[in-house]
Ligand binder design. Sequence first.
Ligand code: B3K
Ligand code: ZN
Length: 839
Amino acid sequence: DQTVYLKDYAPVPVTVTHVDLRFRLAPMATVVSARLTCKRQGSGNMVLNGEMLTLKGISIDGETLNADAYATTDTTLTLYDVPDAFTLETEVEIAPQANKALSGLYMSGGMYCTQCEAEGFRRITYMLDRPDVMATYDVTITSDLPVLLSNGDESSRGKWHDPWPKPTYLFALVAGDLVATSDSFTTSEGRDVVLNVWVRPGDETRTEYAMDSLKRSMEWDERVYGRAYDLSVFNIVAVDDFNMGAMENKGLNIFNSKYVLASSDTATDADFANIERIVAHEYFHNWTGNRITCRDWFQLCLKEGLTVFRDQQFSQDERGFATQRIGDVLSLRARQFREDAGPLAHPVRPESFVEINNFYTATIYEKGAELIGMLHRIVGSEGYSKGCALYFERHDGDAATIEDWLACFEEATGRDLTQFKLWYTQAGTPRLIVTEHFNDGTYRIDLEQIVPDTPGQTGKKPMPIPIAFGLLDRDGMEIRKTEVHVLTDRTDSLSFDLSERPVLSILRGFSAPVILELERSDADRLTLLAHDTDPFNRWEAGRVLAKDRLMHAITEDANFDDAWLDAVAKLATDAFADPAFRALALALPSQDDMAQSLHTAGIVPDPDRIYAVRRAAQLAIATRLQAELPQLRIAMATPGPYDPKAQDAGKRALAGKLLGFQTFLDGGAAARAAYDAADNMTDRMAAFVCLLDAGDPDIAARFEEEWRHDRLVMDKWFMAQIANTPPRDAVHLADDLTRHDDFDASNPNRFRALIGGLTAGNPAGFHNPNGKGYEFLADWLLYLDKSNPQMTARLSTAFDGWKRYDADRQDLMRAQLERMAATPDLSRDLSEMLDRMLK
Ligand code: B3K
Ligand code: ZN
């Protein structure tokens, strides 16, 4: 059994305090010499991690080791009877060119780069590859390549020193033919910092936004959290082949080029927003993650949940609270609620894992961030600031735990957070059931929470749920401003003396990550949609109305009623409302959202039916707006040069939504004109998607002709086509595209574009009752598992909702899961995922 348990945590008997690394780079035979300064702190042998290494030499304090003084396995190096303090020297050989797992030292487009989190360092040299071993580093890189980078500050070409003790997972090395866009920043402490964004020659015209985002992040972290940068250089490098978004290596952040490179011509507003968010996220890790790291990987949310919370706060400040919060909640529900409701559900702090890379999940990240948000709401802004200040002061330089984090808030605020800790240990999305009663001048709200069973966890305890609420009168005037009630018991009630029944606005700002169940009239919802002072709940009211309509249309063939269509039209045409908000309010719940909601309501979702009903709803809205559409679109024009800021992006988002409706009516005429007129990628993509949807026979070829030279744009081309083809053709098209000259399964962005275009972009196509979608996915997962297990395991989650569906689809999916599970030599990553999904 390869399971690792939180309860088994123990510090290492012999630790490493300084690492001196020398690299002689060569694609198939890189030599890594390591000198580790070691110190005993307990009893036992020293067991170092190492994988895919060829050991060439080993000595202690300059003496070559006898064969009986150590032993190696495929994954370890054990040293017997080491002294209390000594220097261990090893020399190993590795082959970065052959490394297709993109973990450890590998090559991408002729450059060397690394990815060490979570356990990639052990593929570089023998070391205690765990976060509670923190060491200072000296690195020397020998290579003819023009740019040689590592962590810390450079003393001479290829020689780097990082004075801040760090765990192995934050180590990084880059070597290549790169060019920098440079700038500088002076910290509040008076430190002058050189900022570089390193890219391949030719890409330097697309670095401006990333640099701008970096400077704004640095300023924000000083102003809001009092955290300043601590080295004299901060490097960002863009890499084409990268398994995730980016990595916060100390002083040397490595990014997927998708999240660095942007020009108005090639990147959409969504790309710009992601770049801003991810640059900020990685930068913020310098304090939450690097200066204070995690004791062990079970504490992953300590750095990830907190850092996501911080990047969400930043984006709210940069882009507007309401629209940012709505976007974050949409993604929480789409990814985390889905995860929490299925076989992969796990606590924000898991108790065991087989492969830690399988736990970089929406639960650890997004739910982890929600927990910080709730803590913030419970202790208040001042308490939150005090708690953070204590955490930074007390734990700087530590590898800390969730207990350490919570203790700071208990001490700083005098609150007992024992019950709050349940949020970290109990999986599953709580249901919050609210019922209203009005009687004789008394208005009462009854509250009940149910924390559902999840794999391996039953009989859960009630958790503290901060419920932000306010009351409106029947005309929509606010009669009680927002207050926060913390539900701590399983049930509770709140009473108010009022002369008439009010309209309740509850869970304002989505104050807790729960599923709200509240039966109430359309009239109340329409009042909230029109008048609530809480913009999140205005949007939510519209969302619930829309979902309700879709549900009825799906289950009872109901028509879309005028009252609803009028409310939608009113919002669409409300010139006083923020365009970004209107765009969000006009977006119907996604197909997967509907499948999730139907399942929660005990109804088996039919993907084809969901697809058809959603389209019927779009057509109904389009028809209702027919007369106004052209004018509305003109009003959203953004004259002047492209500006990625939220204000113009909001207008483009609304214009794109409206173009979508228009395409339902004119077969693509307006979209064709919009495509020809587009002078930025946001407008072009919006028109492209409409034309694909309208079945324009030439548009895919035309787009390809125009953008074939650009990898990042071509990812969009692959994805959009599959996502916007009729479901019956989707698998066939995806399969065809795997034979396209530009399809490259070894590039994660391209692979994800193609597979995700089908599984997430075209759910009805993926769930084709003939089972071809499932077979297609399983074939490709088995193929990719041989080279890149991390990516494979991640994409296998497309199957995690399999138990929601009808018996035939379940059989087909189970057959594919079992076929994969029965394949010999699966990676640990994929086999853990399959085990959990099949359980
Ligand atoms: N910490 C990295 C993620 C590493 C994933 C390893 N499989 C990026 C981030 O969260 O900022
Ligand atoms: Zn992170």
